[in-house]
Write a protein of this length. Structure first.
Ligand code: ZN
Lengths: 317, 280
């Protein structure tokens, strides 16, 4: 069963009609191929139209679509080998953050990302993609190991935020994220960071210091979720759409402000509509970006990485 | 190459010294309710002579406590917030900033300066909570970044005094990236082999905790300061339970291994100077 968002309702209606038509044709043994083709074309047209002018809030909705590919889905589709590595060597393994060595088009990379769950049980297991400090520490351990073996790093960002829990505070959530920010600037190997879903605040940034930071077309990346922004600034949950507009949190916005380096196109209908095509696009993007970054020396990459982030900000003086 | 969009805005408001120190002749401690003379309270580094409650103070007070004879040179004094997102919630962001400047006499939520401390040159950045909750926007990030640059160029130690509710939401993505920027500069400071002392004061939460405040060679805090990543209200809502007493206090954070020591404000200057001498 496909899940439709509120603004996808017209598509859902037409697809319902299409299914009905096919079912009737099947039972009554009549040829409706022409009608089916016409309807399929109009669904396609409608989808193109709807996705051409998405609002910021609609992109936020798409970034959280329950059928959207998650980190492990991409790894499975893009990589020929993947050996998952667990644990921060101090407290425990954090299932909300996954990572390991993988082979992509004959090259070894370290791939790391937040992981969400697909059903209730998985969602709880993955803590809704909200890592604890040990998740960030595991990520850093794996990045340092990639550096040791001179392998590039790819991180996939998809989190509603770092977990705001009791144990997370006891174990230093703030310190864990802060350390990653500082250490990632000094990594000698290429680092590519891609927002594949939600990029909420420090919890996202904690694995997002890269030579290239990219965002998929229907994702968001900002300092707070539109809902929480609405609650704090408007003192009500109801202004989330306005908050999303005000925060300018889409891939287009963030690229125009030079806060990220670029946008990765999604298939028409969104990443969830065609996992295979989305993974293909992402794989090509990663390979092309790696080629660019391999042309630089480690010192050049570090200098450029630091200079890029240090240029972010607008002040009056 | 200029990294910044610079806009000239010849605003020259006289710096009105109406900052966080309580004025009037008498000071009543909000903790033990006892009354003392304002001068006595000030001489006691704005801590209560009866119960040692550490009053929340701002950059003016910290600079006078730390720099010898209150001698210092302020850096980037005139830097102010822009409005890169043309952000409006219930108010326009520039209006909010202007009103806060008028009310506090401050330009933004951090002031940076260098000067002598026990006769050794030091660079200090100090946050002002009165300015939109000490929230971190482009100005906070940029001033701290440049203060670190100053410390590197002049080979001075760097002391950061944090007091912040976290991000400046009205600068959204720009605010978030200040965490990255300040951490990048601290990585450079570290490479230069210069000491970084981070003093966390009440409260230090959110993106500030998750960046420069926790990155000190020495992380130190004032007694009783609230220190955390998530705020207590958010955690309470997440776990659906009341929080244990003392949760996220400086003492709790020390016990869990994230602070080097807690320092009474009256001993702050001596202890920091002593530490810096030991590692010289
Ligand atoms: Zn008292």
């Amino acid at each position: 069963m496909r899940t439709y968002l509120d603004f996808e309702k017209p598509i859902a209606d037409l697809e319902g009609r299409l299914d009905e038509m096919k079912r009737l044709a099947e039972t009554n043994k009549v040829d409706v191929s022409e009608a089916v083709e016409t309807l399929e074309k109009s669904i396609d047209r409608l989808r193109h139209e709807l996705f051409r002018n998405l609002t910021r809030w609609q992109r936020v909705q798409l970034s959280r679509h329950p059928d959207r590919p998650y980190t492990l889905d991409y790894i499975e589709r893009m990589c020929d080998q993947f050996i998952e590595l667990h644990g921060d060597r101090t407290v425990r393994d954090d299932p909300a953050m996954v990572g390991g060595f993988a082979e992509i088009d004959g090259q070894t990379i370290m791939i790391i990302g937040q992981q969400k769950g697909r059903n209730t049980k998985q969602r709880q297991h993955r803590n809704f993609g909200m890592p604890n400090p040990e998740g960030y520490r595991k990520a850093l351990r794996l990045m340092k190991m990639a550096e040791k073996f001179n392998k590039p790093i790819v991180t996939l960002i998809d989190t509603p935020g770092a977990f705001p829990g009791l144990e997370a505070e006891e174990r230093g959530q703030g310190e864990a994220i802060a350390r990653n920010l500082k250490e990632m600037f000094l990594l000698k190997v290429p680092v590519i960071c891609i927002v594949i879903g939600e990029g909420a605040s420090g919890g996202a940034l904690g694995i997002a210091i890269g030579d290239r930071v990219l965002m998929l077309e229907n994702t968001w990346y900002s300092v707070i979720s539109p809902e929480n922004c609405s609650t704090i600034l408007w003192r009500s949950w109801n202004y989330k759409e306005q908050a999303a507009e005000a925060m300018k949190l889409t891939a287009t916005d963030m690229t125009s402000f030079k806060l990220v380096d670029g946008i990765v196109d999604e298939p028409v209908g969104g990443a969830h509509y065609d996992h295979a095509e989305m993974a293909n696009i992402l794989k090509r993007t990663i390979l092309d970006t790696l080629t660019e970054l391999n042309a630089l020396s480690p010192e050049e990459r570090i200098d450029q990485r630091i200079d890029k982030f240090c240029a972010m900000g607008v002040v009056v003086e | 190459m200029s990294w910044f969009i610079r806009k000239d805005k010849g605003i020259q408001t006289p710096t009105e010294l109406k900052r966080e120190a309580p004025d009037g002749l008498w000071y009543q401690c909000p903790s033990c309710k006892q009354v003392m003379h304002t001068r006595e309270h000030k001489l006691n580094a704005y801590t209560c002579v009866h119960c040692n409650y550490h009053e929340k103070i701002g950059s003016d007070a910290y600079f006078s406590i730390l720099f010898d004879d209150n001698q210092f040179t302020e850096l980037d004094e005139k830097m102010m917030s822009a409005d890169p997102l043309s952000f409006t919630d219930t108010k326009k962001y520039p209006d909010r900033v202007r009103a806060t400047i008028g009310k506090t006499g401050l330009r933004d939520a951090v002031r940076t300066a260098h000067g002598p401390m026990e006769e050794t040159e030091i660079t200090i950045a100090c946050m002002d909570f009165n300015f939109i909750g000490g929230s971190m926007g482009s100005v906070v990030g940029e001033k701290i970044a440049r203060a670190i640059d100053y410390a590197i160029a002049n080979r001075t130690p760097f002391l950061m005094i944090s007091r912040s509710g976290g991000a400046r939401m009205m600068e959204a993505g720009f605010s978030l990236m200040q965490m990255a920027k300040t951490s990048a500069k601290l990585a450079r400071l570290s490479e230069a082999g210069l000491p970084y002392i981070s003093l966390l004061t009440d409260p230090t939460t959110g993106g500030v905790t998750a960046s420069y405040a926790m990155l000190g060679d020495f992380n130190i805090a004032e007694p009783g300061a609230l220190i955390g990543f998530a705020g207590p209200r958010v955690i309470r809502e997440t776990i659906g339970k009341d929080l244990p007493k003392g949760f996220q206090s400086a003492e709790f954070v020390l016990e869990h291994g994230f602070l080097d020591f807690i320092v009474d404000r009256k001993d702050l200057k001596d202890k920091v100077a002593c530490l810096l001498k030991l590692i010289k």
